[in-house]
Design a protein around this ligand. Sequence first.
Ligand code: GLA
Length: 401
Amino acid sequence: MPDIWQTLSAHLRATWGREPTFFVQAPGRVNLLGEHTDYNDGFVLPIAIDRAMRLAIAPSGDARVRLASLDLGQASEFDLAQPIARDPAAPWSDYVRGVATMLLDAGAVLAGFDAVLSGDVPIGAGLSSSAALEVAAARAFQAMSALQFDDVTLARLCQRAESEFVGVNCGIMDQFISLLGRRDHALLIDCRSLDYRQVPLPGDVRVVVIDSGVRRELVSSAYNERRAQCQEGVRRLRQHLPHIQALRDVTPADLARYGSELPPVVRRRCRHVVLEDQRVLDGVAALERGDGVADDVAVLGAALNASHVSLRDDYEVSCPELDVLAEAAWQQPGCLGARMTGAGFGGCTVNLVRADAVDAFVPAVQAAYQVQVGRVPPAFVCQAADGARATPANGTGPNLL
Ligand code: GLA
């Protein structure tokens, strides 16, 4: 049994005198392509990563949910039979409270549990540590209460927990991939229909994540502003294109024809989204062609690079530190593509690197960043992992890989 499960079990015993009955694990994610497209009904291509939120849980025997965070040294408790409020003293618990609220709202009958939790998804780095906690909570309730919801429904409920309970108006990508990720595969998600398809990743390519270390406060207001600008674009374009519901329905040709009538900022936001959807589909088509792997991955890599430029110049959600990381990566041999990933304004870049070049790639980008920014950015190679699991605690605990 990996140490972490022993550690969580020992704390569950020490804190509440209970033996765990389930181990729960929900991964973070890195998005390869398709940024700021999910809330425009578009396409995304994320992977679940081999870093996760982990819980050891035991039934509480009543309607109470008691949570202890090993990493923060904090506890929080709520009652499923009472109205559930946020906990300003332990805001991390709001993700669990929100999921409970949405499951109850959807008609679930929930049993309480005691849980000790710990995660190795860096917080605030754009790798979806909060979605990992929501999804872990959903799996925990599922294990304790034998819920019948399928994973797509759970993803929607977890997204609602974040937008309606926690108050961050996110799309569905993060919760979806944390639930439905697949080892060695990326997931092409159609964020309108919620259809999805596993896309195999080439064996000779590595996904490298490099953390700028930049954490910005105002991400959520800038995020909401972008959403509003996209909606404004749809509203205005509808004068010519009455059938459109979202930017997903606008083609590059539509934009070439009517874009000049939009205010310049709105035009740039729309251009990013419309072309980004196209990049996702082109990248996936290249990977799925499966002939001449090197060329196909080059198409995907070029799409990553173009995505970064578009996020920097048209969507304006990059920052100087992310630009330094992307530009340094582009210059390295064996780097197929690199870009900022997640909502932006800080956090990480995602880099597709030939396996035999990774050992030279990482220190070269770190050195360039140190020269220009003054610190060494943490970097790790991640593997595409399976989505969230709960397994009986008498076994070995869930594996991501
Ligand atoms: C955040 C949101 C996602 C998505 C990305 C941008 O991660 O939670 O839903 O919108 O930003 O692609």
